[in-house]
Design a protein around this ligand. Structure first.
Ligand code: CIR
Length: 254
């Protein structure tokens, strides 16, 4: 199952932290989002696309709203207040499949800050996710057998802007934004220095969904033997989103 959410008519009013606001072609963003969903559907996922509205500019970035594990889903409390109205619909969709847990205010945590590597959850300490949010996550998921490790991130929005998994034993990272030594035992491929935003990749089974905008880093991935499915997400990137941000992927069990 892949939960996605439509691109809002207010997408141009998205939150921006590290990027300048530039014109977003919302029609093109919708077309790119459709391609993205098509990619996931071709990989065998049923797509559940939630509706949006003019009051939810960043709703396409469903990843930030929940951390879906095998045993439960944690509904987050996003660091940006404008994103909190996104919660009810995502929680409503997930409650069919998972027991819901939640991060309670005033602490905040964004799903984009949680990198799941098996039973280990790395949680980015960022502008959006505080120590309190990470502690709440730890208390919620330790009883389920997960270990939570806080990782400082700097210079980017979320931990997964700085590091993602690209193969069974391999991570892709921007070492200026996160310290690779936080991930002992993992082979780490570094992004090409000319492409700082290139670390966000979406591994689905053995396929890596990867933005067309980063050819030099893609070359590094391919030389490392990783098969890449390239997708153009230029308009999504203008809103500071990447390929992990636009879906919640999990095994559907009712
Ligand atoms: C925001 O600032 O919240 C959105 N404009 C972008 C969120 C991207 N989400 C993600 O990296 N997980």
């Amino acid at each position: 199952m892949a939960i996605t959410r439509a691109v809002s008519p207010a997408f141009e009013r998205c939150e921006l932290t590290h990027l300048e606001r530039v014109v977003i072609d919302v029609h093109l963003a919708r077309a790119q989002h459709l391609d993205y969903e098509g990619c996931l559907a071709a990989l065998g996922y049923e797509i559940c696309r939630l509706p949006t509205g003019p009051d939810l500019p960043d709703s396409v970035f469903v990843e930030d709203i929940a951390v879906v594990l095998d045993e439960a889903a944690v509904i987050t409390n996003p660091g940006a207040a404008s994103r909190r109205p996104e919660l009810p619909a995502v929680a409503g969709a997930l409650e069919r499949y998972r027991r819901l847990l939640s991060i309670e205010p005033p602490d905040t945590l964004d799903g984009g800050d949680v990198l799941r590597l098996g039973k280990q959850l790395f949680a980015g300490l960022s502008d959006r996710t505080g120590q309190g949010g990470i502690e709440q996550l730890r208390r919620l998921v330790e009883p389920l057998g997960y270990q939570v490790t806080g990782v400082p991130v700097r210079g980017c929005l979320h931990l997964k802007s700085a590091v993602t998994q690209v193969a069974a034993d391999t991570l892709l990272a921007n070492p200026d934004w996160v310290e690779p030594p936080f991930f002992p035992g993992w082979r780490v491929i570094e992004v090409d220095p000319s492409e700082p935003f290139a670390a966000n990749a979406l591994l689905v089974g053995e396929t890596l969904i990867y933005p067309a905008a980063y050819p030099a880093t893609r070359n590094r991935l391919e030389r490392a033997g990783i098969r890449v499915e390239v997708i153009d997400v230029s308009e999504i990137a203008k809103a500071e989103g990447g390929v992990t941000c636009c879906s919640l992927i999990f095994e559907a069990r009712e």
